[in-house]
Design a protein around this ligand. Structure first.
Ligand SMILES: Cc1cc2nc3c(=O)[nH]c(=O)nc-3n(C[C@H](O)[C@H](O)[C@H](O)COP(=O)(O)O)c2cc1C
Length: 294
């Protein structure tokens, strides 16, 4: 899958720009940009800063809002072979429930990814995901409002990710996406000020891979749900590490912003690895590294 926020709506200006670039029809799914009830302009510029092996972003959930998404984007998605999952974010539990209700039954929407992990907005977002009780509250409200598959995307910015994952599983999630970005900061030394307009941002890219992998490994031991691994995946071997740690699927984010064909290259490389190793079903590899250490 593509990771939320790194390929917009899978198209630009109603052109299938991203799919034209990389042939996204072959992917497992496209996850669209975080969607809120009302349109959002996002945070002040600058909103991106490159780091060693990573990227700091503070976009702040800039998006067109759910009503425009339903009107303008979903009819196009309905004609695609690749499923599209809508990433949703809110300031309150009721926002999440309303978003889920509006998107339920809309042609072109194959699932919801509940973002309780955005580090770049003041209210909501990561506040919900940092705590098992509030994470479960959002999950239960979304679950009650939709019959679509519900993926819950967790934040690494918490003390015990396994506890949050267990609470979310109990509250009715169908799958767990791990991880969103890690909170970070960069300073512009010539201005003697934080570089990003929002001061803090979220770190992504290869720099966070070992952290993401660790969290997948820990959560795979704690819950029975499918895990979607995300964080620094740029190559097929990165993805296979996540699968062996316990992920059933993976998302490619920042790497796709550098090389738009990265998600497809990862997919191709996984198939090549399976052929080389004589693996017939990817399920043989899921969690294999964890089981050996039990
Ligand atoms: C520019 C940018 C925008 C993002 N926007 C969202 C978003 O709207 N919703 C969300 O859940 N995650 C968002 N993310 C987080 C990614 O989906 C992903 O969880 C994170 O970047 C780690 O994966 P990566 O290292 O492969 O990029 C964003 C990341 C980046 C770099």
């Amino acid at each position: 899958m593509t990771a939320s926020g790194t390929c917009g709506y899978g198209m630009e200006d109603n052109q299938e720009e991203y799919s034209h670039l990389v042939g996204t029809e072959k992917l497992g799914a496209i996850v669209c940009k975080g969607t809120t009830l009302k349109p959002r302009d996002g945070n002040p510029q600058p909103r991106l800063a490159e780091t060693a092996s990573g990227l700091l972003n503070s976009i702040g959930l800039q998006n067109i809002g759910v009503d425009a998404l339903i009107k303008e984007k979903t009819p196009i998605w309905a004609g695609w072979r690749v499923p599209v999952i809508v990433n949703i974010a809110g300031d309150t539990i009721d926002d999440y429930a309303q978003l889920a209700g509006k998107l339920d039954g809309v042609a072109g929407v194959s699932g919801l990814e509940v973002n309780i992990s955005c580090p770049n907005v003041k209210a909501g977002g990561a506040e919900f995901g940092a705590n098992p009780k509030s994470a479960a509250g959002v999950t239960a409200a979304v679950r009650a409002a939709t019959s679509l598959p519900v993926l819950v995307k967790l934040t690494p910015n918490t003390t015990d990710i396994a506890k949050v994952a267990m609470a979310v599983a109990e509250a009715g999630a169908d799958a767990i996406t791990l991880i969103n970005t890690l909170k970070g900061i960069a300073i512009d030394i010539s201005r003697r000020k934080p570089l990003l307009g929002n001061i803090t941002g979220g770190l992504s890219g290869p720099a966070i891979k070992p952290v993401a992998l660790y969290m997948v490994y820990e959560v795979a031991k704690a819950v029975d749900l499918p895990i979607i691994g995300c964080g620094g995946i740029a190559t097929a071997s990165d993805a296979i590490e996540f699968i062996m740690a316990g992920a059933s699927a993976v998302q490619v984010g920042t790497a796709g912003m550098v090389n738009p064909s990265a998600p497809l290259d990862v997919l191709k490389g996984i198939k090549e690895f399976m052929e080389k190793e004589g693996v017939e079903d990817i399920a043989e590899l899921i969690g294999v590294a964890g089981r050996q250490n039990d």
